[in-house]
Design a protein around this ligand. Structure first.
Ligand code: OXD
Ligand code: MN
Length: 640
C-alpha cells in the first residue's frame, strides 16, 4: 500500500497546537503522513515503516521529532481522548488511567522466538513446567502476527518513534525504531529514551537499529471497552526475535509491554546482543558513592521488580560525609573497556518507578524529582489537582478529597488501595537532584561492585560476599524473592528470580550463566555481594531499618573493595566480622546476632531446594562451575 508523503509546509499547527493538514489525498489506499516527512528516513527505516503501515492500516502517519511542540500536540490529543488529565498542582504533570485489565507486564504472554527451543529456554525435567521464559516457534510467531496485526490500527495514527538507548552517538548505545498507535507510548518514550530527530541523523552514519512494532490492538469483536485506553487483553502478546533484532507487541498499552525500549529492547533483545558482542545487559541500578575522603566508586545492584532499586539508586545517606549519586534505577549495560575496566551506562533517559511506597521518608530524592514533566499512571488523584498513593498519607493536607485509580471517591475505610500497587511515575532522569555528573558519559562509569538481592523474610543475612566470581555467578543464579505487583503474579510467594532477570532473559539461562562465567577472562571483574533489607524477626518485624541506613552496608562494601580484612568466612560466603558494620548513631536497636544468624536447618533446606530448582528447570544446561559451587555450599553447610 502506498504511503503518501505530505510536504512539511502542508502541516499547519493551529492555535491549540493541533495538527491540521490542509490537503490530504483521500484515496482509501493512501496513508497520509501528517507530521514529519518520509524522506527523513533512511531506506531501511522507511521500508520498515511502509511494510507495517500497509499491514496495520492506520489512518495516518506521524514521524516523531521529539520536539517540545510535538509533545504539546500529543498531550493535547491525549487530553481530548480522555487518556490523560492535567494535574494543575504541578508543572506539566499528567495522570493516565488505564483499562483495569491492563495494569502490569504479562510474563505469561511474553515469548522469545528462535528456530530451536533450546536456544531460548533450558530443557526442564520431564513433566515440569519451565519458568525461565517462554519460547515460540517461527511459524507460530508469524501466525500470532497475522492473526492480530492486519488492520489493527484502523482509526488511529501510526507513530514512528526513533529512539536511542544510551546517549546518542555513544559507542555503548543502540538505536531502535518503535512503531506504535499510542500517543501515550510516544509521550512516555520521549521521557524514557532519547527520542526524535537526532536519532534519525545518527542512523545516517550507521543504519543499524532494533525494530519494534507495537499496537494497543483492536479486539476481535471490534468492541473497544474503554475508548480512553484501547487494548486487547485477551489477545495480548509480546514477541521477540533476537536473530532479527525484532520486537512485536500487541494488545497492551502499559509500561514494559509497550515502552519497547525498556524490558523488550534493553534487556531481552539487549542480552542477546550483549552475548554476541561480549558484554552484559542487566536488570540493575547504577549508583556512585563518595566517601568522606572524597573517593568515589560505582556500584550496580540487581533486585527483582519493585524491590527498591529506585530507592537504593537515590539513597539519601544516613552516615555523615557520604554522598550517593544516581546513574540509573533499572537497567545497566556493562562492557569492559580497552584497559579491562568494566564500564556501565544507563541506557534509559527517565525513571518508570513504582509510586506506592515512595514518600518523603522513604525516597525524598524521588519526591523531589517527580512533580514536574511527569506522566503518572494509575495513581490516585486529589481534589487540589495533585496525586496520591499509599505512603503519601502525611503529605496530604486536611480536607483534601481523594479519587482512586479507578476514578471512584476513596477513603481509607474502603480497605482497598487508592493507587494501583503497580502504579507508576514516568519522569525525566535529568530532573533528579542527585543525578550523577557522569550519567551521560559516553564511556560509561567504572564498576567496582555488583550487589544481588531480594525480599527474603527468613534466613538470609543483611549482607554476604561471594568467595569468587564463580561463586558470585552461583549467588546470582540462586536468587529468590517475594513476588511483587510489577507483573501478574498473585500472593506473597517466594519465587526464584535468577539475577533478577527471570522475566527478561533473551536466551537460554544456562548459556547466560556461561556468558557471566566467561566475563572473568575478559577483564577485571568486580566483587559480588548479596544483600537483604527485608529479613524479619520471629515476631514478624523488619530487623533492619533500610532506606538511608543502607549506606552502612554500602560503606562496608567500599571497605571490602579497598581490600580491608573486615570479614569472616561463613558457610554461605564472607560476612562482616564482629563490629565491622558501622552502627554508630543508628537510632534503633539492631539484633546483629539474629540479623546475621545462619540457621543450619534453613540453609540445609535452602541449598536442597536450589539444587532441585537447578535440576528441574535447568538440567543439563547448568554450567558445571555453578553446579560445583552448589556442592561446595552444601559441604560448608553440612560442616556448620
Ligand atoms: C520495571 C519492572 O518496570 O521491573 O522496572 O517491572
Ligand atoms: Mn525493572
Amino acid at each position: 500500500m502506498p504511503v503518501e508523503v505530505i510536504a512539511p509546509q502542508q502541516i499547519d499547527l493551529n492555535a491549540n497546537n493541533l495538527v491540521k493538514v490542509s490537503k490530504i489525498a483521500t484515496a482509501s489506499a493512501v496513508i497520509p503522513v501528517v507530521y514529519g516527512n518520509l524522506n527523513q528516513l533512511t531506506p531501511k527505516v522507511r521500508a520498515f515503516v511502509e511494510e507495517h503501515a500497509a499491514l496495520c492500516q492506520p489512518d495516518n502517519i506521524h514521524i516523531c521529532d521529539g520536539s517540545e511542540g510535538e509533545s504539546k500536540i500529543l498531550l493535547q490529543k491525549l487530553v481530548e481522548s480522555g487518556t490523560i488529565v492535567n494535574l494543575p498542582k504541578y508543572e506539566n504533570c499528567w495522570l493516565a488511567r488505564t483499562n483495569p485489565a491492563d495494569v502490569a507486564r504479562v510474563e505469561s504472554k511474553t515469548f522469545i522466538c528462535t528456530d530451536r527451543k533450546e536456544e531460548t529456554i533450558p530443557t526442564p525435567k520431564d513433566g515440569v513446567k519451565g519458568t525461565l521464559g517462554n519460547w515460540i516457534s517461527p511459524s507460530d510467531f508469524a501466525k500470532a502476527v497475522a492473526d492480530r496485526f492486519p488492520g489493527c490500527m484502523k482509526g488511529r495514527t501510526l507513530y514512528v518513534v526513533p529512539f536511542s538507548m544510551g546517549p546518542v552517538g555513544s559507542p555503548l548505545s543502540k538505536i531502535g525504531i518503535e512503531i506504535t498507535d499510542s500517543a501515550y507510548v510516544v509521550a512516555s518514550m520521549r521521557i524514557m529514551t532519547r527520542m526524535g530527530a537526532p536519532v534519525l541523523e545518527e542512523l545516517k552514519k550507521k543504519e543499524e537499529f532494533v525494530r519494534a512494532l507495537h499496537s494497543v490492538g483492536t479486539p476481535a469483536s471490534g468492541i473497544i471497552q474503554q475508548a480512553s485506553w484501547p487494548c486487547d487483553p485477551e489477545r495480548t502478546i509480546i514477541l521477540h526475535k533476537p536473530a532479527e533484532n525484532l520486537i512485536v507487541s500487541y494488545g497492551s498499552g502499559y509500561g514494559g509491554n509497550s515502552l519497547l525500549g525498556k524490558k523488550c529492547f534493553a534487556l531481552r533483545i539487549g542480552s542477546t546482543i550483549a552475548k554476541r558482542e561480549g558484554w552484559l545487559a542487566e536488570h540493575m541500578l547504577i549508583l556512585g558513592i563518595t566517601d568522606p575522603k572524597g573517593v568515589k566508586k560505582y556500584i550496580t545492584a540487581a533486585f527483582p521488580s519493585a524491590c527498591g532499586k529506585t530507592n537504593l539508586a537515590m539513597l539519601n545517606p544516613s552516615l555523615p560525609g557520604y554522598k550517593v549519586e544516581c546513574v540509573g534505577d533499572d537497567i545497566a549495560w556493562m562492557k569492559f573497556d580497552a584497559n579491562g575496566i568494566l564500564r556501565a551506562i544507563n541506557p534509559e533517559n527517565g525513571f518508570f518507578g513504582v509510586a506506592p511506597g515512595t514518600s518523603t521518608e522513604t525516597n525524598p530524592i524521588a519526591m523531589a524529582t517527580v512533580f514536574k514533566n511527569t506522566i503518572f499512571t494509575n495513581v490516585a488523584s486529589t481534589s487540589d489537582g495533585g496525586v496520591f498513593w499509599e505512603g503519601m498519607e502525611s503529605e496530604i493536607e486536611e480536607g483534601i478529597e481523594i479519587t482512586d485509580w479507578l476514578g471512584n471517591k476513596w477513603d481509607k475505610s474502603s480497605g482497598k488501595p487508592a493507587a494501583h500497587p503497580n502504579s507508576r511515575f514516568c519522569t525525566p532522569a535529568d530532573q533528579c537532584p542527585i543525578i550523577d555528573p557522569a550519567w551521560e558519559d559516553q564511556k560509561g562509569v567504572p564498576i567496582s561492585a555488583i550487589l544481588f538481592g531480594g525480599r527474603r523474610p527468613e534466613g538470609v543475612p543483611l549482607i554476604y560476599e561471594a568467595n569468587s566470581w564463580a561463586h558470585g555467578v552461583f549467588v546470582g543464579a540462586a536468587m529468590k524473592s517475594e513476588s511483587t505487583a510489577a507483573a501478574e503474579h498473585k500472593g506473597k510467594v517466594i519465587m526464584h528470580d535468577p539475577f533478577a532477570m527471570r522475566p527478561f532473559f533473551g536466551y537460554n539461562f544456562g548459556d547466560y550463566c556461561k556468558h557471566w562465567l566467561s566475563m572473568e577472562k575478559r577483564g577485571q571483574v568486580p566483587a559480588i555481594f548479596h544483600v537483604n533489607w527485608f529479613r524479619k524477626s520471629p515476631q514478624g518485624k523488619f530487623m533492619w531499618p533500610g532506606y538511608g541506613e543502607n549506606t552502612r552496608v554500602l560503606e562496608y562494601v567500599l571497605r571490602r573493595i579497598n581490600g580491608e580484612k573486615c570479614f569472616v568466612d561463613s558457610a554461605i560466603g564472607r560476612i562482616p566480622a564482629e563490629n565491622q558494620l558501622n552502627l554508630e548513631g543508628l537510632k534503633c536497636n539492631i539484633d546483629m546476632e539474629e540479623l546475621f544468624s545462619l540457621p543450619k536447618e534453613f540453609w540445609t533446606k535452602e541449598a536442597e531446594e536450589i539444587g532441585q530448582y537447578f535440576d528441574s528447570q535447568i538440567g543439563a544446561d547448568l554450567p558445571a562451575e555453578v553446579a560445583l559451587e552448589l556442592e561446595k555450599l552444601k559441604a560448608r553447610i553440612a560442616a556448620m
